[in-house]
Write a protein that binds this ligand. Structure first.
Ligand code: TYD
Length: 138
């Protein structure tokens, strides 16, 4: 069993419309998610042994889905760390702001799709762990 996720993070089950042709998942911002979708990005073709992420966001909500394959997401709220294996396209990880996160152990075929509440803004990133820890305390 996965330990309780940090505040602001939760796994959500997505409705699968399946029939004899296969499966389809639809996600509507504000309806299925607690935010409007401003950006979609994908992480794929990850090289062996890679660790990605290694940052927190000052103000950004995201939904992370392993639409193919699997990877491990480590979530750190400044107090404790929890790992979640993402391996099901029908399960999304909602991740709020001020969560240091690292993705690792990518399967060869892993495709992560991420829906984000804002467009890309480097100023929203905290890329230094000591800075994150200090801000997380306040
Ligand atoms: P990076 O933040 O290093 O990715 P990860 O968090 O997966 O380790 O981003 C890789 C590059 O892509 C970097 O040059 C910034 C750019 N980028 C965008 O242009 N737009 C985006 O939405 C994202 C997430 C990254």
């Amino acid at each position: 069993m996965t330990d309780a996720l940090p505040a602001g993070c939760r796994l959500i089950r997505l409705a699968v419309k399946g029939d004899h042709r296969g499966s389809l998942i639809a996600i509507e911002g504000e309806h299925d998610l607690p935010f409007a979708i401003a950006r979609v990005y994908c992480v794929y073709a990850t090289t062996e042994g890679t660790v990605r992420g290694m940052h927190a966001h000052r103000q950004l909500d995201q939904l992370v889905i392993a639409v193919a394959g699997s990877c491990t997401m480590m979530l750190d709220d400044g107090q404790r760390r929890v790992e979640v294996r993402l391996d099901d396209p029908a399960v999304g990880l909602l991740m709020g702001s001020m969560i240091w996160h690292e993705m690792s152990d990518f399967s060869d075929n892993c495709v992560l799709m991420v829906l984000a509440s804002a467009v890309y803004d480097e100023a929203d990133y905290i890329r230094d762990y000591a800075t994150f820890k200090a801000l997380a305390k306040t």
